[in-house]
Design a protein around this ligand. Structure first.
Ligand SMILES: [Zn+2]
Length: 201
């Protein structure tokens, strides 16, 4: 979380489950910040990053996300979406659908936000200012179709979401949204490659 005089910015929220909610509430108490003065930035659609935002965001909160991943966050609680994903996986050669997905035990299905978010969509190059920080949005599709990193060039701080993962693969996966994004763009999944090659020290 970044605190500012007027607004705070919480970058990603964790799963929609009690333990995560408690941890966030305790963190806000610790720094004496209020959720009602807070905006949210969702780096990507996965429920361990977006799941709680529907509960945390107030009427005055902005919830930033890319158009591609924002659309998908709002599909995560739609049962038809999961059926379509199973169909997609089958078309791409997955032999047997995973049982846990059908039973609703997949964490992306079990711990998502359960309701639609009215996102403030951001694009590559947009700047979000909070307190003394100025974060530039860097589109980094791959882990998800609309994954975004936040970078404060002056302070050399990068919030990388799941674009960079310590000792595991960053999981470049297929998704329904990736197919939609690719469609009609000459096979390129990148709407705007500008800025993606920036060097981050
Ligand atoms: Zn992820």
């Amino acid at each position: 979380m970044i605190t500012g005089k007027e607004r705070n910015l919480l970058i990603d929220t964790g799963f929609n489950r009690e333990e995560c909610l408690r941890a966030i509430q305790e963190a806000f108490e610790e720094v004496n910040a209020s959720l009602s003065d807070t905006d949210f930035f969702i780096t990507h659609l996965h429920a361990d990053h977006s799941g709680l935002v529907a509960k945390l965001a107030g009427d005055d909160s902005k919830v930033y996300c890319s158009p591609a991943d924002g659309a998908l966050v709002n599909l995560l609680h739609d049962p038809d979406y999961w059926d379509e994903m199973m169909e997609l996986f089958g078309r791409h050669g997955m032999p047997e659908p995973e049982e846990d997905v059908h039973k609703g035990e997949h964490p992306g299905r079990k711990f998502n936000g359960r309701k639609n978010i009215d996102f403030a969509f951001v694009q590559d190059g947009d700047v979000i200012s909070v307190g003394d920080y100025r974060f530039r949005c860097i589109m980094t599709p791959g882990h998800t179709p609309g994954h975004i990193c936040l970078y404060d060039e002056e302070k050399q701080i990068l919030f990388s979401g799941d674009h960079i993962l310590g000792d595991i693969t960053p999981v470049i996966s297929i998704s329904q949204a990736a197919e939609m994004v690719c469609h009609g763009r000459s096979g390129s999944p990148y709407a705007s490659p500008a800025g993606r090659g920036i060097a981050v020290r």
